[in-house]
Structure formats: structure tokens, C-alpha cells
Design a binder for this molecule. Structure first.
Ligand SMILES: Nc1ncnc2c1ncn2[C@@H]1O[C@H](COP(=O)(O)OP(=O)(O)OP(=O)(O)O)[C@@H](O)[C@H]1O
Length: 281
């Protein structure tokens, strides 16, 4: 078994191309020959400015947008040209968590239904009772109160909603999870909670994950390796620690320079100066 779960070579995506006698014409090319590989159990980060093609790349890896060139292999199988029917059995294994759970969770369904139905659809659970037993067992794990099961998404906090989205993906026992800007709408402590949860899950379940974010501090907290995208091309790739310590491309350096410094509590600064002064006296 190869250690690579997902391999993409020379991926190109062109939006709005018209087809003339089978050939693609015109359109706006947003990915220009991207190579990427994700090992089993590995977490990678995809970073870059707005419009650099991060979401398009993520969706191309899951075969949610058409590619105009290149190849995608998942678990040793070429999936580049599989039709919907052939992709269906693989869909359970490749899950996506979205930035805005309000948009991805059906507002008219209870949390119970949101969690149970996909398990039945993908035949992960034998029946509704089995599915509900599994959901109930996992509630603590996802820091969701039992009462949340009877609520609709809009009756939950932003953090709880995001954890329902994560739980829905995790209950399907995927091999790969794509997380697209999933913590950008949350406050810092809720972000940390969601990221730690995903980190623990990836470790426990041997999940491979791809995190898309424009926030390089989020990526650093969770990823083993990082791909830096600019104008639809990979300008740098490497182990997170190496890239953050010594970025090779000027573009990565500029992105890293743009990370805001943590806010410093003035009281802490005062106490620190007093301690420093006493030490130097
Ligand atoms: N469905 C679409 N149809 C046409 N053009 C699109 C579509 N989706 C994205 N684009 C264009 O493709 C380019 C890349 O968009 P993409 O969303 O992949 O970038 P991104 O790096 O994820 O940006 P952001 O950080 O703002 O989400 C942009 O110019 C965008 O306008």
C-alpha cells in the first residue's frame, strides 16, 4: 500500500470554458498545473491570498469541479474521469467541512437528523437506531449537549454548529477531510477548540486532512506540510516548520510578514518590566 492517499499531477481548472466539438474554448484558467500529494494520516495546509485558487484546488481534489488537464489518484485509483455513479462509493471516504455551517447544514432539520441521515445514506450504520446510538456516544467527544440533538442549527452557537459539521463528517469514517476556511468566522478560543478536535480526530482515526486558510497562524497550529499558492500555481511546498523558519519564496515571506503579532496585554507588559528590572538590579 502506497503511503500517498491522494496524488494530483498537473491539475488545471478553467471556469466558463465553452465546449466546441468536445474541445474546450475560452474561459478563465485559475489553476495552472498544480502538483500535490497527501500521505495517509497527514495534514497539509493550502495557503495563499484571496483568489489564488485554494478553494478551486480543494474542490478539484474531491472531483467537485471539472479539471481541464492533469490527473487525480485516490488510494491508488485514477479518479480523474470517474462519472458520478463511480464516484458515489468514494464520496463517503472524502468529506468536506465548510466555512459556514449555516449554509451547509439544513436549517429545517434537527441536529439528530443532520447526523443520522448521512450515516444511513452511506450505509455506515445498519439502521436508524444503530446510527443514533453512535451519535449519542460521540456527543461528549464533540462537546455537544444531549439537548442539541433536538435543536435546529440556528438554535446552536457558532462553535457548536461548526462541531456538528465536524461530527457529521467524522461519523462517516472518511479517509480524507477537506476543511475550507472552517474557523475564520469564530472567535479565537472557539477556533482553538475546533482545531484541537480535528487534530485529535486525525490522530485517532488516521485521517488525512487538507486545511485551506488565508490565516497562516491557523495552518501552523495544525499542519505537517504546507503548499503556498499564488495565481493558481504552487510557489512553495515544504514541512511547516521549515517553511515558517526559512521561507524560500518572496511571496511566502510576504505572507508570513503579514501575520499580525499577538495582542499584548498592557498589564502583563508592566508586570514583565517590573520582573525584568528586579532581575537586572
Ligand atoms: N464557480 C466559479 N465560476 C467562475 N469563476 C470562479 C468560480 N469559483 C471561483 N472562481 C474564480 O476563480 C479564482 C480562484 O477562486 P478561489 O475561490 O479558488 O480562490 P481562493 O484562493 O479560495 O479565494 P478566497 O480565499 O477568497 O476564498 C477567482 O478569480 C474566482 O473569482
Amino acid at each position: 500500500m502506497s503511503e500517498d492517499l491522494l496524488i494530483a499531477r498537473g491539475i488545471e481548472v478553467t471556469y466558463g470554458a465553452s465546449r466546441l466539438l468536445g474541445a474546450r474554448k475560452g474561459g478563465h484558467k485559475v489553476l495552472h498545473g498544480v502538483d500535490i500529494n497527501i500521505k495517509r494520516g497527514e495534514t497539509i495546509g493550502i495557503v495563499g491570498e484571496s483568489g489564488s485558487g485554494k478553494t478551486t484546488l480543494g474542490r478539484a481534489l474531491l472531483r467537485l469541479v471539472d479539471t481541464s488537464a492533469g490527473e487525480i489518484h485516490f488510494d491508488g485509483r485514477d479518479i480523474t474521469r470517474l462519472g458520478d455513479d463511480q464516484m458515489r462509493p468514494l464520496r463517503r471516504r472524502m468529506q468536506m467541512i465548510f466555512q459556514d455551517p449555516m449554509a451547509s447544514l439544513n436549517p429545517r432539520h434537527s441536529v439528530r437528523r443532520i447526523l443520522v441521515e448521512p450515516m444511513l445514506l452511506h450505509k455506515v450504520a445498519a439502521n436508524a437506531r444503530d446510527a443514533e446510538t453512535r451519535v449519542t456516544k460521540l456527543l461528549d467527544r464533540f462537546k455537544l449537549p444531549k439537548a442539541a440533538l433536538d435543536r435546529n442549527p440556528h438554535e446552536l452557537s457558532g462553535g457548536q454548529r461548526q462541531r456538528v459539521g465536524i461530527a457529521r463528517a467524522a461519523l462517516l469514517e472518511p479517509d480524507f477531510v477537506l476543511a475550507d476556511e472552517i474557523v475564520s468566522g469564530l472567535d479565537v478560543s472557539t477556533q482553538a477548540e475546533a482545531l484541537n478536535l480535528l487534530k485529535d480526530l486525525s490522530r485517532e482515526l488516521g485521517l488525512a486532512m487538507a486545511f485551506i486558510s488565508h490565516d497562516l497562524s491557523v495552518i501552523r497550529a495544525v499542519c505537517d506540510r504546507i503548499y503556498v499558492l499564488r495565481f493558481g500555481k504552487v510557489v512553495e511546498e515544504g514541512r511547516c516548520d521549515d517553511v515558517y523558519a526559512a521561507p524560500k519564496s518572496d511571496y511566502t515571506k510576504a505572507l508570513l510578514d503579514a501575520i499580525p503579532l499577538p495582542e499584548i496585554d498592557p498589564e502583563w507588559l508592566e508586570r514583565k518590566s517590573a520582573v525584568d528590572e528586579a532581575a537586572n538590579a
